[in-house]
Write a protein that binds this ligand. Structure first.
Ligand code: OGA
Ligand code: MN
Length: 310
């Protein structure tokens, strides 16, 4: 979470490109200057919606799971917000998986589920399916990969049994202990990893405007420099710390986007876990997650201590 930024579309795309390659969304939108930006909005111009997703409730999903290679990282940036509603909630699907009983976990081994977009034209000609439990390529951690918005049914079993399995999992994912809800402020930018998380949005009044810009990184296997950052318990949300490390080009500074209440959910389930990248924009910096020297050694990452200047 990066708060209170004033970005142009180009800056958002440049920032996104620190983490991979921002690619134009598969859902077509009217021509715009920066085609990698996908508009999420209920705003209408001459009776036509300028963006996607309207104002209705959106239930849990992982972006682009209806594609054979779904989205990995997504970024969402708030430009106009309604006076009520429209909060976005993320579910930590690794924590949800971990919390299942051993028997329940065992019952999911080998299961795959079909994912499909509700706009039929968005779908591939062939049925797209993914494992019900996926393993993150970077962390090796397992997580649940089903959600009510885009998952249709479990492959190869009868419909009633499939419904039973899925509704039991959805009920589990709905437990607030796995959630972080973000009440948006103007200028908030949120970066998330779609593989170990699902997200949903509450509805908001149709008569009000909500305008967000989205960028998308697909499953491009982008590798970026990895670095473990030493313990920084005293740092709280939005505190700043100088990072002295010659492996970071143009370090300037990193603003640590720590929310002390939810550090694990915000940063843990993402690929950004433990990663730090050189900032190419003075106004934008990367989220990092504190870890310890032993973990860093195991991962083979360089380890640096932070100097706290708060
Ligand atoms: C998305 C999405 C939710 C929101 O952009 O993929 O689900 O809060 N957005 O706008
Ligand atoms: Mn989404």
């Amino acid at each position: 979470i990066f708060r209170e930024h004033q970005l142009t579309q180009r800056q958002l795309v440049d920032f996104t490109n620190n983490f991979g390659v921002a690619v134009e969304h598969v859902r077509k939108q009217p021509p715009r200057d920066v085609h990698e930006i996908f508009i999420i909005s209920n705003v209408k111009q001459d009776g036509v919606e300028i963006g996607a997703l309207g104002n209705a409730e959106l239930t849990f999903h992982s972006d682009l799971s209806y594609m054979p290679k779904p989205g990995t990282l997504s970024m969402l940036y708030a430009l106009e917000l309604p006076s009520s509603g429209g909060a976005t909630t993320w579910c930590d699907c690794r924590a949800a998986y971990d919390a299942l009983s051993d028997e329940h976990k065992a019952s999911l081994v080998g299961l795959r589920a079909v994912h499909r977009h509700y706009v039929e034209a968005q779908n591939q000609p062939e049925l797209v399916d993914h494992p019900v439990v996926i393993t993150h390529p970077d962390s090796g951690r397992k997580s649940l990969y089903v959600g009510p918005h885009l998952t249709k049914h479990i492959v190869g079993i009868d419909a009633a049994e499939s419904d039973r399995i899925l509704s039991r999992l959805y009920e589990h994912l709905d437990e607030p202990r796995f959630h972080y809800t973000h009440n948006w402020h103007l200028g908030d930018l949120i970066v998330w990893d779609n593989r170990p998380t699902m997200h949903k949005r509450e509805p908001f009044p149709e008569s009000e405007r909500r305008l967000m810009w989205r960028t998308q990184i697909y499953n491009d296997g982008h590798q970026f420099p990895k670095m473990a950052i030493g313990p920084c318990k005293r740092l709280s949300f939005s505190s700043r710390a100088q990072v002295h490390c010659d492996r970071i080009k143009n370090p300037a500074y990193l603003t640590l986007a720590f929310d002390t209440l939810k550090p694990i959910l915000l940063l843990g389930p993402t690929a950004i876990h433990g990663y730090a990248l050189a900032s190419r924009h003075p106004c934008l910096v990367q989220a990092i997650h504190s870890t310890n020297e032993r973990d860093a050694g195991r991962l083979g990452w360089p380890y640096i201590e932070l100097e706290d200047d708060t």
